[in-house]
Design a protein. Sequence first.
Lengths: 311, 555
Amino acid sequence: MTDSSLAELSDSLFSVSVALYSVALLAFCAQLAFGRRTTRARELVGAGGASVVEEIPAPDAVRGNRWGIAAVGLTVLGALTHTGVLVTRGMATDRLPWGNMYEFATAVVLVAVVAYVVLAVRSPNLRHIGVFVLGPAVLALVAIGLGLYTEAGPVVAALRSSWLAIHVSTAILGFGIFMVSGIASVLYLVRSRPGADEGSGIVARLPSAAALDRVAHRTAVLGFPIWTFAVIAGAIWAEAAWGRFWGWDPKETWSFVAWVVYAAYLHARTTAGWRGRPAAWVNVVGMAVMIFNLTFVNLVSSGLHSYAGVE
Amino acid sequence: MTTTAPRQSVAAPPPPPPPSAGRRLGGLLLHWWRRLTAMRTAIILLFLLALAAVPGSLLPQRSLSQNNVNQYFADHPDLAPVLDRLYLFDVFSSPWFAAVYLLLFVSLIGCVVPRAAEHARALRTPPPPAPRNLLRLPDSAELSVPVPPAAAVDAVEEELRVRRFRVVRRDGGSAGSSGTAHSAGSSGTGPELSAEKGHLKETGNLVFHLSLLALLLGLAGGKLWGYEGSILVTEGQGFCNSFQQYDTYSAGPLVDSGDLSPLCVDLEQFTAEYEENLTAASFTADIRYGAPSAEGRPTTIGVNDPLRIDGDRVYVTGHGFSPTFSVTLPDGTAFSDLTVPFLPSDQQTMASEGALKLPDLPGQEEQLALEGFFAPTGLLQGGVLTSVDPRPLAPQVAVVAYQGYLGLDSGLPQSVYSLDASQIERGRLSEVGSANLSVGESLELPDGTRITFSGVKEFAALQYSHDPGQLWVLAAAIALLAGLLGMLLLRRERVFARARPGGEGGGTVLTLASLTRGGGESGTRSTALFDDLRGALATAAPARTASEPEVPPRD
Ligand code: HEM
């Protein structure tokens, strides 16, 4: 049933993806290092003559820009092989490639990377946050490869349902998008600290606080209905598979907690006194809850959702 | 809008009499009501709700597993009773959890109902007049067009109507910002227009919040009138829907136990299929179901595929093996087909454990009991039986036989799957023999009793569920999602235009402005809109100027 050569190909593509993302990460670092910062250009105006200002930052910026483009290109390439990991695994096992925690987590990282690429293509000034998306992505993939790897194989009876396609796919999608949202909020919190504009550190080269806040909100607004749908679809599936649509199983409980936290974030975003940093913190808590739900609940607590396939 | 003004002026007059106690209480209540229904409070309550759910996943819950709770009590004898008093083993039915969500819902009602009323009013009110200074709005533009003011506004109106805006034309006299029709100090001169669309966004918001309430009501209904019973049924046996028959059941407080749907289910055959690597591929149960006296209708149910009849459902939630024994007493009396379900202790290999209790053997003073370990595919290693495969390829049991007093009538409940260990400790039950048996093999006890392992059947763990709130909850969830999509993805837009004659040549200076709420950057969208309007004016210009050189101002 399981095609072993395809399964091996999938495993090799996993390594290739990690390698490509790592190179992309280096390129993003180079972009940050060489990239120009608007405030510094202003400082130079004061320090030297107009001619100096014209010349020094220009090649710097161009170089930074080139690195940025190379980094996004490498990321796209990585995302393609990353997609290949899942496609070949799906073909090897003749089912959707998210039947266990290894596959699920791999897919979540892919969604996060693709969400970032879409953002970076649509608004180039967001490319700068690449390090902070690709960095966690590489770390997560390494952890997934080392800690969660599961041989390609068939899934248990309960997972053989079209709800796997509906519930798990949307959960992956919502999860990946929330990750990008959470990263944007973390960066917003860093960027909006008093004094973040001064100095020449990496912080000052991030997109503006307002832009980061906007990205965080818009991705959360996209992720929230998707997550809501995933939870509802999960409840419908549970009604068929477990005999009740909601039973406060640990996974259900934490999905509910995450949902409530994201609802609180969306409210906080539009409520006086909560806008800005407090709201961003709520979003970060949401991200933490999502990650906790994936890791702790799967690996430590026991419930009906014990399909992780991790011994 | 206008009704509040006079009332305020009546209430205002100077000497305010000291408020009576009732008044003060009323004021206090109003104050707290306002607090409770503020968005800030909602956020806090949302947080509290999230926080309150957490212990429910970290501590064992009675609703999920009574066994785990008992285990916790055994492991933490000092802590557990304290936690129990705080309802920490019943978090989701605890008063404090209920307090949080009920407060949240009161707050929600307090916020949503006035909002709904206001929304209903807004649906019937025309868009407000254009603000006095349009260029002060975040997105605005000014353009001159070579057509008379009224024609320019006509073109804008047409373009906006195509885009499904509600449009209202006003003449330039009322550029007041107070909203009343006849305020003084008008600076406008030409005709003006207000347009609006996107009331669906607010409708979505209301639908979303109201469906939360509907969902809660559905959940509550299901809890009050719903019930659930579980039973292990061996092939060839069956059960009828009544609380006496179930191994375990739970029922809402308003369930009348005499009023359960009359339905009986017989299990004819259970089939488990496995992949090569022993992953379970499918479990199916061939059953017959129907009214107690009727000939049942055959059907097959399985994982992800319950029986659904009139709001009731029957599920297969698990399976296992029921070894069959026959017992021949020393006097020759024989009992065959003594079948007992053994509970799986390992889902991978289906190694199972169970007990057979025979308290009433005719002519015997001693009661007889077997405690056993069952392996569907057994492997003996140094006399110890283990299971290596979940399929019944070579079934074996390891049994220990006891005689004596089982203690069944002692008043304390006993598990049917094991013997009461205290009876063995106290010497009331004594071991009289043990053996590893394959199908057909026997164990002979010292008194001459023969116990034969005669075969094995499968059992299915069946669950009968009745939840009258379920469809209601589903409908509420779908409405919730639809409302959410409307609220988050739609946007509410207002566009204003004002035309004034543009100096010589009879042209017009047209001021456009737009206000957007929700859904992405408004800047680029309004620029696109203004560009389109400019285009529409450009195409309108030659035709209009040719056919109607002088358009009288509309009123
Ligand atoms: C006292 C209770 C509540 C009040 C007063 C309230 C009020 C509101 C209001 C006024 C909005 C519109 C925000 C805006 O102006 O854009 C809103 C949006 C929203 N509400 Fe509530 N709400 C309450 C409870 C809840 C609850 C319990 C949930 C879910 C758990 C929830 C989820 C949402 C979501 C997801 C939005 C969308 C936010 C957005 O527009 O970006 N609300 N709520």
